[in-house]
Every structure is written in structure tokens, then in C-alpha cells.
Design a protein around this ligand. Structure first.
Ligand code: NI
Ligand code: MN
Length: 229
């Protein structure tokens, strides 16, 4: 599982030479100015919820790549109306096998309105399992008791969690989330992009380390291999 950060909560995980892209938001992110949106590879695109900082570049990337977009029913319908037809609607609690991986959609405590004020359905997170390895991306969310269910479904290689506070969990709650989902490896997302969510990196690394958890704060464009932890 090769992980690539594209800034904010946008990242890709490469499995079996296929590219799973999450929450594409690049062209609106000043910190991701070095990333070329029209060069990003995608075979599958996952959208956790409808906010612009998670969906802004989804339409363009989906149309260029022909990737299958996995999202809520409401976002699926919204994308169809825009001419993005290779979509697969899911909802919280649902699990489904795709060609080389399975997806389970998890609860996220947040909100979800699309760019034109359409309702985006409930926000969600995803557990992806492939080749007997799993990871969890919580999406934008508060810390929730539901996260304690995740170890019943998957033994995680790593988790991708928001740590920027204000709109989502902050670093302290993200540590609790990591303990709930039983992982010792976390990739922090949803921080620094806007003034509201600027964090002190060393402080974040330290609060995770106190609980024996390694927090990775990847630079935009940085890659990391999480296969052999
Ligand atoms: Ni959001
Ligand atoms: Mn967000």
C-alpha cells in the first residue's frame, strides 16, 4: 500500500498498481500548488462528503480518468446530473467487494452540503481491505463511540484521521480515535490548509507518541509505503 499525500485530506493509496484517490481537493489548496490535477492517476475515487474541500476536483478527475466514484447516494445523483456517470452509491454500514478490495462505509459525525447547496447525504468514512491489509479513513468527523466498532471489522495497518480541530477532531481526540480503532500508525490530515486549522506539528507528534502512536505528517506530494509495518 503506497500512500501519496496531495494535501489537506486528499491522498491516494496504490494497491495492485491501481490508484485509489480520496477526497480530491487540490486546485483550491494553495499549499498544493505544485500538484498538477490533470496528472493525478485514479482508478477509484472515494468521496467522504460533499464539502468543497473534499470534492472540488472530483468531477474533472473522474471525467478525465474514467475512475469509478464511490460516494453516498445523494452525491452519486449530483455527479450524474453533471455527467459523471461511472459512480457507485453506498451508505453507512454498507460493505461491498470491488475488483481487488472491499469497502465498508462507516459513521462520521459531521455535515455534508454540496457546492450548489444540494444535500450530500450523511458524511462517511471508509475501511478499505485488500490483500489482507486494511486501512481506515475517517473522513471529517468528531471523535465518536462508533469508532470502537472498527476493530470488529478490520485489523488496521494504519488510519487516516483529521487532526486540525475547529471543523473536525483535534489532535487530542484523534489520539483517542486511534486508540478506539486500535492502530499505532496514523496519517494526519485536515490541518494547516486554512487559518482555522493551523497546528503545531511537533506538539501533534508528541501527543500521539505519548500513547505509543506514530503520527505521520506528510508533505504535499510525499509518498510513504505502509505495506510492511
Ligand atoms: Ni467537511
Ligand atoms: Mn473538510
Amino acid at each position: 500500500m503506497k500512500f501519496t499525500s496531495y494535501g489537506h485530506s486528499c491522498f491516494a493509496v496504490e494497491i495492485n498498481n491501481k490508484h485509489l484517490l480520496f477526497d480530491p481537493f487540490i486546485s483550491g489548496n494553495e499549499l498544493a500548488a505544485a500538484i498538477q490535477v490533470d496528472e493525478i492517476k485514479a482508478d477509484y475515487i472515494f468521496i467522504s462528503h460533499g464539502h468543497a474541500d473534499h470534492i472540488l476536483d472530483a468531477e474533472a478527475i473522474a471525467i478525465r480518468t474514467g475512475a469509478t466514484v464511490i460516494c453516498t447516494w445523494e452525491i452519486h445523483e449530483w455527479l450524474h446530473a453533471k455527467g459523471v456517470t461511472n459512480t457507485h452509491p453506498m451508505n453507512i454500514g454498507g460493505e461491498r467487494a470491488f475488483d481487488f478490495f472491499t469497502v465498508k462505509c462507516t459513521v462520521a459525525q459531521h455535515s455534508s452540503m454540496l457546492l450548489d447547496a444540494s444535500y450530500g447525504g450523511n458524511p462517511m468514512g471508509f475501511i478499505i481491505t485488500a490483500n489482507e491489509q486494511s486501512f481506515y479513513y475517517s473522513g471529517d468527523t468528531a471523535l465518536t463511540m462508533d469508532m470502537q466498532l472498527i476493530p470488529l471489522w478490520a485489523k488496521l495497518q494504519f488510519a487516516v484521521l483529521p487532526i486540525g480541530d475547529n471543523f473536525t477532531m483535534g489532535m487530542q481526540d484523534a489520539v483517542r480515535a486511534a486508540l478506539f480503532v486500535k492502530t499505532t500508525t496514523v496519517v494526519g490530515v485536515h490541518y494547516d490548509t486554512f487559518g482555522y486549522i493551523k497546528i503545531n506539528h511537533q506538539e501533534a507528534i508528541d501527543v500521539f507518541a505519548k500513547e505509543g502512536i506514530k503520527l505521520h505528517l506528510l508533505a504535499v506530494g510525499e509518498e510513504m509505503d505502509f505495506s510492511n509495518l
